[in-house]
Design a protein around this ligand. Structure first.
Ligand code: ADP
Ligand code: MG
Length: 247
């Protein structure tokens, strides 16, 4: 195997008596989609927060681009190219699509608020924002008010904001949530393209999407990874079928 883009080593985290992460080690290889599945409360979001920096582990490390980033704040990891998308949406609904990308790109860099208005008039930033919109197929909606976008288009917009940060890895928490069949099919095709930009760690409940996209799958149950493998390996794993697929 090549050097992973992202790796966790023995991540452990408790909330009182609840062990939300138990010795979690996983990796994300260049070009791959690695899906993490598991029932509600298994610890998927807790794992993502530790990877992105919102939560400090009780033990264990996170390595990104060969560097130990365990002690780095979220913003520094984001600047290194660790792009988290599809968390609670931070889009400004009354602004245009282009304004959201321009401000998002600047905001994520931690620019003082006073600079934001200037940013909207900054041609370089606007060009960068338009370039990102083109890559997700939203250039035609640049001057649309964000509230008028469909659910799927909002997710594309979130990705375009992440693209302005030159992402080296995408971390996604349930991107298909709340989408209809057609929307999730379109998003599935989009993520399949996006993996060429940077590998994706994908937490997702939609098993059709997971089976279609994942190169590898890790199954999380009660804070513990009980199996990692290809879609075929996981589908045929008796322990997984018993614990998660309900067989
Ligand atoms: P998932 O995303 O897989 O549904 P979570 O990571 O949200 O699971 O939660 C894992 C476990 O940790 C759950 O039992 C949850 O109640 C608990 N938990 C998560 N965050 C907190 C918190 N901030 N304080 C206390 N318990 C938490
Ligand atoms: Mg969750």
């Amino acid at each position: 195997m090549t050097d992973p883009v992202l790796a966790t080593h023995g991540l452990t985290k408790s909330f009182g008596a609840v062990q939300a992460s138990r010795d979690i080690s996983l990796s994300l290889q260049p070009g791959e989609i690695h899906a993490v599945i598991g029932p509600n409360g298994a610890g998927k979001s807790t794992l993502i927060s530790q990877i992105c920096g919102g939560l400090a582990p009780d033990a264990g490390q996170v390595h990104f681009l060969g560097e130990d980033v365990t002690a780095l704040p979220t913003r520094k990891r984001a600047r290194m190219g660790l792009a988290r998308t599809f968390q609670i949406s931070a889009l400004a609904m009354e602004d245009t699509v282009l304004q959201n990308v321009t401000l998002g790109a600047l905001g994520a860099r931690g620019g003082p608020l006073g600079l934001l208005r200037d940013a909207l008039n900054n041609q370089d930033l606007r060009d960068k924002a338009m370039g990102a919109l083109q890559r997700v197929g939203l250039a035609g909606q640049a001057s649309t008010i964000t509230a008028e976008l469909s659910h799927g288009q909002r997710r594309q917009l979130e990705v375009s904001i992440a693209l302005t940060l030159n992402p080296r890895a995408f971390i996604m928490d349930e991107p298909m949530a709340g989408m209809g069949t057609e929307g999730s099919h379109r998003l599935t095709a989009f993520l399949d393209e996006l993996r060429h930009e940077a590998p994706i760690l994908l937490v997702e409940h939609d098993m059709d999407a997971v089976f279609a996209l994942a190169d590898r799958l890790s199954v999380l149950v009660y804070g513990e990874i009980i199996a990692t493998g290809t879609v075929e390996e996981i589908r045929n794993n008796p322990q997984v079928r018993a614990a998660y697929l309900g067989e």
